[in-house]
Design a protein around this ligand. Sequence first.
Ligand code: FEO
Length: 170
Amino acid sequence: MISKNMQAALNEQVNKEFFSAYMYLAMSAYCNTLGLPGFAHWMRMQYEEEIMHVTKMYDYILSQGGEVELKAIEKPEKEYGRPLAIFQKTLEHEQYVTGLIHKLMDLAIEERDYATQAFLQWYVTEQVEEESNVNDIVAPLRMVGEDKGGLMMIDQQLAARLAPTPLPVK
Ligand code: FEO
C-alpha cells in the first residue's frame, strides 16, 4: 500500500519519464535530419528505455493498490544543436531526472515506506548507469569536435546500441 502523497509523487514521475521518452524521440528525429543514423538509433533506444521506466512505475503504482493518473506530456524542443550539444543536453536531463528520483526516495524514507524505497533503489542504480553512459559519449564528442571522420566513427559506435530487455507483460 502507498500513501496518497506517494501515489501523487509517483504519478508525477510517470509523467516526467514520459516526457523523457518524448524528448529522446524528438532528438532521434532531429539526429536523422543531421544525417547521423547512429545517433538517431541511440536516441531511439533511449526512447525505448524511458518507456520501460514509465511502465515499471505504472505497474508498481497498480501493484500497491494505487490509482494511475496520466497527465498531459510537455512538448519537447524540435532542434538540439550540434552533436556535442545534443549529448550535453542529454546529460543535463539525466542529472535532472536523478534529482527527481532522489526526491522521491527522500519522500519514501520520510514516510517509512520500505516497499517504495526498495522499488526506487532500482531507479537510483539505473540513473548512475544512465549518467555514466552519457558521460562516456560526451567525452569523445568533445575530443573530435566538428571533425567529420571522428563524428562518423562515433556515429557507427552509437549504431551498435542494443534494445532494452522488454518487461514481462502484466
Ligand atoms: Fe528514466 Fe533516463 O531516466
